[in-house]
Design a protein around this ligand. Structure first.
Ligand code: URA
Length: 186
């Protein structure tokens, strides 16, 4: 696949796991194909499945505010998920579902080549950083892997459930902005 558009057409036809059976739409991901920052969530929820776009429900509205708080918008970044189809009742994606789907995320990453990956929540962090990753212990700590800077932080849905986490989330966002400023000059 040479372009994101080509890859998107392939993913739109995917029936490689049972999540394809109940989806309304595939949520491929969207944003700036030249983004320096790529955000990775877990998987589509109800609204994303309906609209075919990532992070458009309540968690997405909060993500927009988080971006705005560090003077970024969706036009500056790319947003994708570990799995592209909605798991029933928003359960965590199963290992077998992730195994077949995560290659699409790898392709997206290769085509975009961001300098920074932000893992939103434990599911993304476990699949991208380490299988035993703990978001409460490891959030905010940068990991450098194969030439990319990775920041694990709380998923916006976790902030909606527990607003006390917003303070740490704000620290992570400031750290993201600082790293972004540094890399912009490279
Ligand atoms: N939560 C996610 O992890 N991804 C979305 O796209 C929406 C909500």
């Amino acid at each position: 696949m040479a372009t994101l558009e080509e890859l998107k057409r392939v993913v739109a036809q995917c029936r490689r796991c049972p999540l394809a059976e109940n989806r309304t739409r595939v949520v491929f991901g969207e944003g700036n194909p030249q983004a320096k920052i790529m955000f990775i969530g877990e998987g589509p929820g109800y609204h994303e499945d309906q609209q075919g776009r990532p992070f458009v429900g309540r968690a997405g509205q909060l993500l927009d505010k988080m971006l705005a708080a560090i003077q970024l918008s969706r036009k500056d970044v790319y947003i994708a998920n570990v799995v592209k189809c909605r798991p029933p009742n928003n359960r965590d994606p199963l290992p077998a579902e992730v195994e077949v789907c995560i290659n699409y995320l790898r392709w997206q990453y290769k085509l975009i080549r961001p300098k920074i990956l932000v893992c939103l929540g434990a599911v993304a962090a476990r699949h991208i950083i380490a299988p035993d990753f703990s978001i409460t212990r490891g959030r905010g700590q940068w990991v450098q892997k194969a030439g990319v800077w990775i920041l694990p932080t709380y998923h916006p849905a976790a902030l909606l459930r527990d607003p006390a986490k917003k303070k740490e989330s704000w620290e992570d966002l400031q750290s993201l902005r600082a790293r972004y400023n540094e890399l912009a000059h490279e």
